[in-house]
Design a protein around this ligand. Sequence first.
Ligand SMILES: Nc1ncnc2c1ncn2[C@@H]1O[C@H](COP(=O)(O)OP(=O)(O)OP(=O)(O)O)[C@@H](O)[C@H]1O
Length: 226
Amino acid sequence: MLVTISDLTHWVSDGTNKRRVLSNLSMQLEQNECIALMGDSGCGKTTLLNLIAGLEPIQQGEIKVAELELHQANERELSKLRKQQLGIIFQQFNLLSSLKVSDNVEFSARLANRLEPSLSKRLIRELGIYHLLDKYPNTLSGGEMQRVAIARALTAQPQLLLADEPTGDLDERNSDLVIAQLIKLVKSQHTALLMVTHSEHVARKMDKVYRLSDGKLELLVHLSAG
Ligand SMILES: Nc1ncnc2c1ncn2[C@@H]1O[C@H](COP(=O)(O)OP(=O)(O)OP(=O)(O)O)[C@@H](O)[C@H]1O
């Protein structure tokens, strides 16, 4: 199993009040599996992705990712996990503004010491970003940034890709097209995908769909057996 979450409970605080967002949550994600995570705004989807990525400390319960017990891991081990095994596409894309698109695309793969020029060329071609390679991120549209962020994540060949689907200024139909392409690419690379999405159309393309509600996960659809 690539990810095992057991009895995870998590609280957030606004300084005065503490609120439970995840409540005895358990789930598993297999190698190569594509899971959609849905749920109302503010229900805790990003928090769950951050916990799986080791970006927030686990308060209660356990998460194991690629054999690493996150609640027992130190910062060095967590950082190695993120560098070697995880790809993360944040809502704001987090492209490096001082680097050209070409260097952004190669950035994570270089960090992981896993740059394969033939793969990065293929991703650049398939995502249609060749004409953007000499540009800087602040000159790109939201959809272009999304495609560059996908290329950067997949060039590093992660075992698990965590993606927080952008809800901002992207045209829904184009965004759905790019996400469909992302799913095709992760399947061809045998990468597991856990993606937050608000689109039922996108969710239907995944193996499983979970809804996060009242701190718990409800399995809505399970397609991989079919
Ligand atoms: N660092 C933090 N400190 C305090 N509260 C936080 C923090 N991060 C998130 N929250 C709160 O935790 C709750 C869950 O936030 P989260 O971003 O995980 O929701 P979400 O389901 O991803 O929402 P959206 O779909 O709008 O992106 C929200 O009420 C948010 O305000």
